[in-house]
Design a protein around this ligand. Structure first.
Ligand code: NDP
Ligand code: PYR
Ligand code: MG
Length: 594
């Protein structure tokens, strides 16, 4: 049973009772003690009412519409007679028809738009489709297609999704939050659009990312759709093309920076906590690194914040590496790591690897970092560059002669693991991969940059140039590759494996802060899900088909860690956290209406 508040809904008696009872928790309705209207007498409130939707309005309410699946009794009871053709079909048949229709579209963006239309029309059917066909539809609602959708968002824009908070709303952000129809929010994904995948500054059009990430929160992690809130903060854009585009939907000005930026973000963070309480998860997504690290550092002690690009990516890559050790042998400490790209993803992953090595070996973290090297746009990060480096790069400035390009760095460092987090496609060239394959029997090569156009290399290139020996995974998916008669499947090293389960773990435990140990716990849980059958195919990640089960395991480990660290507020601790996580997950089957 969900505990949603709606203006125009079809509401069963049980749902009405659940709405009266804030403790109702069944079916993903994880109790949120802060979900009440807590406005003081001086504050302005929105006059919400509960009413029953029927007839024409019911067919246009995406949360309750079932289309042709309304049965005869429901059609009588809810004034739907004549508004639908006579046939009554099952959700299964609706799903079959929609998948058939989707497959007719050859252009990925058309599929994306069809999925967005479905989400706007019939939410449960959208999630049913996504959950049952996750491998096929993930590349449609998520990377790579979501990248193209963001680039063209102004042109394809039909109905607004999510909440837009721009500089115009300065001083009024709390009121803006109150305009959102749902009050019991558990997860917010927020971007300012400055680093959308590897596509750069897309300004307000970055909204596709929070919308896409939150649809994965629901489909992969079981968070109720009504508890998810996508937000784009619009402080302008430095993208000239967008500024000159007549269809651009955002503020037509250069990005605000410095105090103006920080003040708006601070107002936002305070308003979120005031409106939704301490246990709402705020996921920062696709901020540029000059803001991302500072925002995380500033708010991690006062809010439940998580940066997916820094922390989620780190957790998923560590899981892949731990799994890969089963194929290549050795311990984490015995490997040598080289990154192309020393931003959020690169340094975030590097730090979590170092932390895990320190935990395993009891060595000081400074020592553990010495196994890890990073290259940025100026070359290898070395001690002679230390003074001019951004703060997040400084821990990686080891003693070494300066090196300008990746190929020379590979030949000098001789890494066993090469990780691409540069956002620049085609940078793992033939000579780089051949070099990796010349001193490693099974080189581990992760091309993490998204979307596909920005991938450091393709799966085909990785396998061909390493003579089929690479252990390869990429941020965006690649089709299986045939190499000398052998079909090789590559995995998707994407934070989508982690954040839905991670967030679910925080929500079900009522966690109030994120801790690094939770990232390690999530990572361990994911690595444990890789089966011998997966390894036999060369995979270091499990397939996405089982992702809800995997998310429940990740959630349980994260929640267990929250309890252990004293950061969980939901008491008493459920005994079987996996079962509990599963019982809290939203399922999209249709409800029967009275
Ligand atoms: N698979 C996944 O789950 C995830 C993938 N990503 C992807 O990773 C990429 C990077 O993201 P993020 O770390 O947040 O971005 P950042 O902007 O924070 O970092 C990019 C880094 O790449 C470096 N770089 C840029 N161009 C080159 C070049 N030609 N040669 C060498 N280094 C270069 C930059 O150097 P400098 O510092 O000198 O400017 C910077 O250090 C994106 O494509 C993103 O989509 C991100 C998160 C998760
Ligand atoms: C996957 C992801 O978060 C990114 O590419 O930014
Ligand atoms: Mg991201």
């Amino acid at each position: 049973m969900e505990t949603e508040t709606k203006t125009t809904t079809t509401t069963t008696q049980e749902e009405v009772e659940a709405l009266m009872d804030p403790k109702s928790t069944v079916g993903g309705g994880v109790e949120d003690a802060y979900g009440e209207d807590r406005a003081t007498e001086e504050q302005l409130v929105t006059p919400w009412t509960l009413s029953v939707a029927s007839g024409y309005n019911l067919l246009r309410d995406p949360h309750h519409n079932k289309g042709l699946a309304f049965n005869e009794k429901e059609r009588d009871a809810h004034y739907l007679r004549g508004l639908l053709p006579p046939v009554v079909v099952s959700q299964k048949l609706q799903e079959k028809k929609l998948m058939h229709n989707l497959r007719q579209y050859k252009v990925p963006l058309q599929r994306y738009m069809a999925m967005m239309d479905l989400q706007e029309m019939n939410e449960r059917l959208f999630y049913k489709l996504l959950i049952d066909n996750v491998e096929e539809l993930l590349p449609v609602v998520y990377t790579p297609t979501v990248g193209e959708a963001c680039q063209k968002y102004g042109s394809i824009f039909r109905r607004p999704q999510g909440l837009y908070i721009s500089l115009k709303e300065k001083g009024k952000i709390l009121e803006v939050l109150k305009n959102w129809p749902e009050k019991r929010i558990q997860v917010i994904v927020v971007t300012d659009g400055e680093r959308i995948l590897g596509l750069g500054d897309l300004g307000c059009q970055g909204m596709g990312i929070p919308v896409g990430k939150l649809s994965l929160y629901t489909a992969l992690g079981g968070i109720r759709p009504s508890a998810c809130l996508p937000i784009t903060i619009d402080v302008g854009t430095n993208n000239e093309q967008l500024l000159n585009d007549e269809f651009y939907i955002g503020l037509r000005q250069k990005r605000a920076t410095g105090k103006e930026y920080a003040d708006l973000l601070h107002e936002f963070m305070c308003a979120v906590k005031q409106n939704y309480g301490e246990k709402v998860l705020i996921q920062f997504e696709d901020f540029a690194n000059h803001n991302a690290f500072d925002l995380l550092a500033r708010y991690c002690k006062t809010h439940l914040v998580f940066n997916d690009d820094i922390q989620g990516t780190a957790s998923v890559v560590l899981a892949g590496l731990v799994a890969a050790l089963k194929l290549v042998g050795g311990t984490l400490a015995e490997h040598t790591y080289l990154f192309l790209g020393a931003g959020e993803a690169g340094t975030g992953i590097a730090e979590l690897i170092a932390l895990e090595i320190a935990r395993q070996t009891n060595a000081p973290i400074e020592e553990c970092r010495k196994k890890i090297w990073l290259v940025d746009s100026k070359g290898l990060i070395v001690s002679s560059r230390k003074e001019s480096l951004q703060h997040f790069k400084k821990p990686w400035a080891h003693e070494h002669e300066p090196i300008k390009n990746l190929s020379d760095a590979v030949n000098s460092i001789k890494p066993t693991v090469l990780i691409g987090t540069s956002g620049v496609g085609k940078t793992f060239t033939k000579d780089v991969i051949e070099a990796m394959a010349s001193f490693n029997e099974k080189p581990i090569i992760l091309a993490l940059s998204n979307p596909t156009s920005q991938s450091e290399c393709t799966a085909e290139e990785a396998y061909n140039w390493s003579k089929g020996r690479a252990i390869f995974a990429s941020g965006s998916p690649f089709d299986p590759v045939e190499y000398e008669g052998r079909i090789i499947m590559s995995g998707q090293a994407n934070n989508a494996y982690i954040f839905p389960g991670f967030g679910l773990g925080l929500v079900i435990s009522g966690a109030i802060r994120v801790h690094d140990d939770m990232l390690l716990a999530a990572s361990e849980a994911l690595a444990q899900e890789v089966t011998q059958e997966n390894f036999d195919k060369g995979l270091i990640y499990p397939p996405f088909t089982n992702i809800r089960k995997i998310s429940a395991h990740i959630a349980a480990k994260v929640a267990a860690k929250a309890y252990e660290l004293g950061l969980a507020t939901r008491l008493p601790r459920p005994e079987d956290l996996v079962k509990y996580a599963e019982s809290c997950m939203y399922t999209p089957v249709y409800r029967s209406y009275r």
